[in-house]
Write a protein that binds this ligand. Structure first.
Ligand code: PMP
Length: 337
């Protein structure tokens, strides 16, 4: 019998065939089930990658302190892995984040400092404070945005797994960007294996990746999205290696309708970033035409977003008309082509 602990259970996630999107496009569309990582998200990989890198560089010693700017999945991955390896975690979280997130991180054993929101790179921004706290307390600020071990772990694990699970027959990969680690690492690996593989990106409104990949200038698009874990206004060190052929600008209606559509059709209960990723996979399939094989990432579970994208009152307040019906989603997406 295999004896695998939490850390050894990170990665090697299943690649799920998505029949509904495949039938609609005449392509084969697959989702990498990252919500099945032991900490519940794709960020378990980045957390482990950054910890192992800091250990290798001699920055992190037994009993050491990890400092990170995170309100979400990276923090969950870091504190759970840190508990096993004997590292303390201190997280900087902006006060506009849901209390449940702070409670979750504290419940898992992290120390959490909640600070007022301030734009980056204002010295009062949570990322800037994280760097100061690490310095003052002799900790290691991992900095998932600029720390290149974030994308390298996706290169060495997620990218390689996708290549092997598709037996080298993948034609396209598409996903959205938070730090950029997932898209950069996977796209770099796949392109090295086959330079013809097309890479797609999707970006929610109020972010700068759409403009960056279309024009080379990272200008923020108008609007504000309710999606969490994605949207980036800077070209981080983890965005730079991304090789993107096509990018699509998504509204919240599209993202949330996709999440509601997919749970009804595929039995997959997912968060908003997975909705954005599935939109990207569908759009790449339509762009490339029937017969192609497209992979995306299913980042985390819908369980974390019950009070938002699965809460009719919240959706109504935001003016979102969410039905999860085919006719309310795909014609709108098709207009982006
Ligand atoms: N989805 C979720 C739920 C996330 O937490 C994150 C990480 N912020 C992402 C997507 C984006 O991944 P990456 O940081 O690798 O771009």
């Amino acid at each position: 019998m295999q004896k695998k602990d939490f850390i050894q259970s990170i990665g090697n996630t299943p690649l799920l065939y998505l029949k509904s999107l495949s039938d609609l496009t005449g392509c084969e569309i697959y989702g990498k089930a990252e919500f099945m990582n032991p900490g519940g998200s794709v960020k378990d990989r980045a957390a482990l990658g950054m910890i192992r890198d800091a250990e290798k560089k001699g920055l992190l010693k037994p009993g050491g302190l990890i400092v990170e700017a995170t309100a979400g999945n990276t923090g969950i991955g870091l504190v759970l892995i840190g508990n096993i390896l004997g590292y303390r975690c201190k997280f900087l979280v902006p006060s506009n984040q849901a209390q449940e997130k702070v409670d979750t991180l504290r419940g898992m054993g992290a120390e959490v400092m909640v600070v007022p929101p301030a734009p980056y790179p204002d010295p009062k921004n949570y990322r800037m404070i994280a760097a100061d706290v690490a310095k003052a307390e002799g900790g290691v600020y991992l900095n998932q945005f600029e720390n290149e071990s974030n994308y390298w772990i996706h290169y060495h694990t997620t990218g390689k797994e996708i290549w092997e699970q598709t037996e080298g027959t993948i034609n396209s990969f598409a996903c959205a960007i938070g730090t950029g680690g997932t898209l950069s690492g996977i796209s770099k690996y796949l392109r090295e294996k086959n330079p013809k593989i097309k890479i797609g990106c999707s970006d929610p409104v109020g972010s700068a990746m759409f403009s960056y990949f279309k024009t080379g200038q990272a200008n923020v698009t108008p609007g504000e999205s309710i999606s969490e874990g994605i949207a980036q206004t800077f070209v981080t060190a983890n965005v730079k290696p991304a090789q993107v052929d096509d990018c699509f600008l998504l509204s919240d209606d599209m993202i949330v309708n996709m999440v509601h559509y997919i749970v009804r059709r595929e039995g997959l209960f997912l968060g908003s970033s997975s909705g954005a990723n599935l939109c990207a996979a569908y759009l790449m399939a339509k762009r490339l035409g029937p017969g192609n094989k497209i992979v995306t990432v299913l980042c985390d579970s819908g369980q974390k977003y019950i009070s938002k994208i699965f809460n009719p009152t919240f959706l109504k307040e935001r003016g979102l008309k969410i039905t999860g019906k085919k006719e309310d989603l795909f014609p709108a997406l098709d207009q982006l082509l």
